[in-house]
Write a protein that binds this ligand. Structure first.
Ligand code: PA5
Length: 443
């Protein structure tokens, strides 16, 4: 993985001015003296994962792969986005049509309360040999718990209680929460989300690893990539050689210059959910105390025909971070056409990726000309190893960046506000005072 900041449109002196703060942030992370220091379990997570632990996860994944044609991952936020990001980045874009039963379909639920979504899912699952991975650290998240209640009932009815016990797996807290109580009572296989790893930093725990293994991908290689990035971003690695430190410094320097929005852009549709995962990681970690870069994501070139206008020409408060993949997995050449009715013979014999790369370069030049600072992350290829590197790189940089910004990157107090109102509106026991206050407000 390479990080290029040469087009960041920010003086080196402004980046260098933050080097001291970046170093302090790294030290505070390492020594556990920073804000949110009870949530630093992710920091040395890759190097602490043993082959035995991977084998335990793989064994459970193999059971689900053997017993199920479809596995539903129920979870939201950090209990969902990492797994989806990696699976979609690695899977055949049309896998639902073409996997021919080699791998179970991995579908996602518990990340919304759409009645049609849940109805259509339950309809789709009729007659399917499905299993469920129920993921919730707190074990009480409404979206996930609702979906799980429906899926558990359907799985037991369709497959029988005994099989359901084999194909429902819980990933939750060691002791607390309804998901733990249910798993223990029903005798489900379960994995623990460590107390000191927050949801959005949990992709390298069973939260991400189990669904990824179920989908048929190599979790050993994913973890190896993360382990190597852990070394590459360790305290003591010189600033110029530490991509996480450099990324954290540049984005803070740009923020100080009034760049309040960061857009992550990809040129491979498979990376759409990496953008979603990144948006949550940085948005939820930094957006607090009335500070923080607003995180957005675009799929290019698709969104050049929608958001491209704004990026090129709108308010100059943005910068762009491009995730580029050097080598696609497949080769496809544009054919020559005798009639050349579409006028595209000048591309005949060229690879599709060559055209994509020229679109990427052309866009970068245009955006830089338009005053949009451009950072570029290059992955050699889209495989488990490179994605493992990317995941840990973004996590490490996020921890450093949030501390440089002066917030606690590991909490999310703002998320509670909507829950309180929703519970009050739904008449949840214990919320009577809030219900009354809302009733008066809406009267
Ligand atoms: O990053 C976070 O902490 C959140 O996004 C959580 O992952 C999300 O709210 C889901 O929480 P839980 O796993 O407790 O259901």
């Amino acid at each position: 993985m390479k990080l290029d900041i040469t087009q960041a449109l920010i003086g080196q002196e402004k980046v260098n001015a933050l080097m001291g703060k970046v170093e302090q942030a790294q030290e505070a992370l390492e020594k556990g003296t920073c804000a949110g220091n009870d949530f630093l379990g992710w920091l040395h997570l890759p190097s602490s994962i043993t082959p035995e632990f991977i084998a335990e996860i793989q064994a459970v994944a193999d059971t689900l792969r053997k017993e199920c044609d479809t596995v539903i991952v129920a979870g939201i936020g950090g209990s969902y986005l990492g797994a989806r990001a990696i699976i979609e980045a690695l899977a055949n874009s049309f896998q639902w049509l073409t996997n021919k039963g080699e791998n179970p379909d991995v579908l996602f639920a518990g990340n919304n309360i759409g009645e049609d979504y849940l109805y259509e899912l339950t309809e789709y699952l009729k007659g399917r040999k499905f299993g469920v991975i129920n993921i919730s650290k707190s074990g009480t998240t409404t979206e996930t718990a609702l979906a799980f209640r429906l899926l558990k009932k359907q799985c037991e009815e369709q497959r029988g209680k005994e099989v359901a016990k084999k194909v429902i797996v819980a990933i939750t807290d060691a002791k607390r929460g309804a998901a733990r109580t249910c798993a223990d009572k029903e005798g489900y296989k379960s994995f623990i989300i460590p107390d000191n790893v927050g949801g959005r930093f949990s992709v390298l725990t069973p939260v991400g690893l189990l669904p990824i293994a179920v989908a048929g991908f190599d979790i050993t290689a994913l973890v190896k990539g993360a382990q190597d990035m852990e070394k590459q971003t360790a305290l003591g690695v010189p600033f110029e050689e530490n991509p996480a430190a450099r990324y954290a410094a540049v984005r803070n320097a740009l923020y100080q210059e009034g760049k309040k929005i960061e857009i992550v852009a990809n040129y491979q549709p498979k990376l759409h959910y990496i953008g979603e995962w990144w948006k949550q990681l940085y948005g939820e970690s930094e957006g607090k105390d009335h500070k923080g870069i607003f995180t957005a994501a675009v799929d290019l070139t698709t969104d050049l025909h929608s958001m491209g206008q704004w990026i090129q020409d709108g308010e100059r408060s943005i910068f762009e971070t491009v995730i580029s993949v050097a080598k696609p997995e497949h080769t496809l050449f544009f054919p020559s056409d005798e009639e050349n009715l579409d006028g595209l013979n000048f591309l005949a014999g060229k690879r599709v990726d060559e055209v994509n790369k020229m679109a990427e370069l052309g866009t970068q030049l245009a955006h830089v000309d338009g005053g949009v600072p451009n950072l570029r992350i290059e992955l050699e290829r889209l495989d488990e190893y490179n994605l493992g590197q990317l995941i840990y790189f973004f996590e490490k940089a996020c921890g450093i960046s949030g501390l440089v910004l002066g917030v606690n990157p590991f909490n999310q107090p703002g998320v509670e506000a909507y829950k309180k109102n929703m519970f009050a509106l739904l008449g949840k026991p214990g919320y009577e005072a809030e219900t009354e206050a809302i009733r008066k407000r809406l009267a």
